[in-house]
Structures are given as structure tokens and as C-alpha cells.
Design a binder for this molecule. Sequence first.
Ligand SMILES: C[S@@+](CC[C@H](N)C(=O)[O-])C[C@H]1O[C@@H](n2cnc3c(N)ncnc32)[C@H](O)[C@@H]1O
Length: 227
Amino acid sequence: MRFDVLTLFPELFHSYLQQSLLKLAIEKKLVDVRLWNIRDWSTDKHKSVDDTPYGGGPGMLMACPPVYGCVEAAQADGTEPGRLIMLTPQGRKLDQSLVRELSTYRRLLLLCGRYEGFDERINQGLEPLEVSAGDFICNGGEVPAMMIIDTVIRLVPGVLGDETSSKYDSFGESGLLEYPQYTRPREFRGMTVPDVLLSGNHAVIAEWRHQQSIERTRRKRGDLMNE
Ligand SMILES: C[S@@+](CC[C@H](N)C(=O)[O-])C[C@H]1O[C@@H](n2cnc3c(N)ncnc32)[C@H](O)[C@@H]1O
């Protein structure tokens, strides 16, 4: 799967691309991430990419010419244009069901805003899918874009060592939160591992985990039980 990140700060991704799971996925050629600097498509001698809003108001907006130039160059690079995603707090909120949808594409272009956001004609003319990381304002679209890459690659076949692990994650196939997990030591500061997990009886363990998932989803995220 290919991701193209269109940003004013490509260097923010350099260390991120070196982290364990993503680094391995790139090395195994399961995932490809290309970085595009929108400033390279600036059309003036000052290399500017933003301008003041018509009608007044605070801050600056990302202007059409460099953004269109960068998006069109990225789309033309490769055998398919891919799906353009605009990172914006006004978009559809990222959740596991949207992550699953995004993982069905072979190529995603992630357009990251800065300043006060984008000239509206970028939306109007390029018709991106608008995606939000949540109901809060980040300084830029880069961290939300990393969230998309981070969540989507987990569903790319071969990226996770154990293919079943994303199935049992919270919000996985059951739609429930994951059951409680324990590792060695068996006792820590007076807290013990539930006996059932030491029983070796896989059917009983599976049933216990399922009941725990239901109970903790009801307790922590009752909203998920009603969906
Ligand atoms: C400071 S924000 C601009 C917010 C804009 N003035 C508004 O109220 O909708 C700058 C950029 O950060 C990104 N951004 C901020 N919050 C985001 C979020 N919750 N999800 C996705 N992108 C976000 C967007 O790309 C946005 O254009």
C-alpha cells in the first residue's frame, strides 16, 4: 500500500518512518511512504504558500496554486491517482470503521494543512475525502496523517507478525474492547493473574475473555454496546 504525504514539514516524518513496525513494513515493501513538500510548488520568488483571507480575519490560509500543483504532481506519479484525503477538523472522524475503509485503497494521498487551514476552492476543486483526527484543533495535519498511516498499516496483510492480533484488538471483529491481559510475573505487588488463565483450558479461557470484553466495554464505553 502506498501513502503520499503532502506537507510543508516533510522532515517531521523522518524519525516516524524509522519506527519499528512501519520501518519493517517499508523494508518488506508492504508499505511505501513518499513525502512531498508543498512549498516546492510555490509560484512566487519568496516561495510563499499562504496568504491572508479575503474579508479579513486572523491568520493565513494555504493558497490554491501550490496545493493544486503538489496534489496534481503526486497524483500523476505512479500508475493510479489514489484517493485524496484532506486532514481537517471538519472532516469525518477517524474510527476503526473508517480505518477499515481506508485500508481497502491501494494508494492514499494525505494532504496536511497548516495556518488557519485551506482556501475553500481546494476542497471544491479537488474533492478530497475530509478526515478528522477528532474534535480538537492540531497545529497541522501531520500528526493526524501519521495516525492514518499508523492505523491503516495494521490492516495491510503481512504487516503484523501475528495476523490474528488486529482481529482481537479493541474495535476488532467483535466491536468490543479487548479483554484484560497479563504477562510474567504471576504475582506482582500482591496482584495476581486470574486462575482461569493458568488453567490451560482454551475453551474456558476464550469464554472468560469474551465475558470480560463485554463487561469492560459496558463499563468503559457503553456507547459501543448500543451500536
Ligand atoms: C490550526 S488548524 C486550522 C483549523 C481551522 N481554522 C478550522 O477551524 O477548521 C491547521 C491545520 O491542522 C490540521 N488539523 C487541525 N486539527 C485537525 C484535526 N482534528 N484533524 C485533522 N486535521 C487537523 C488541518 O490540516 C488544518 O488545516
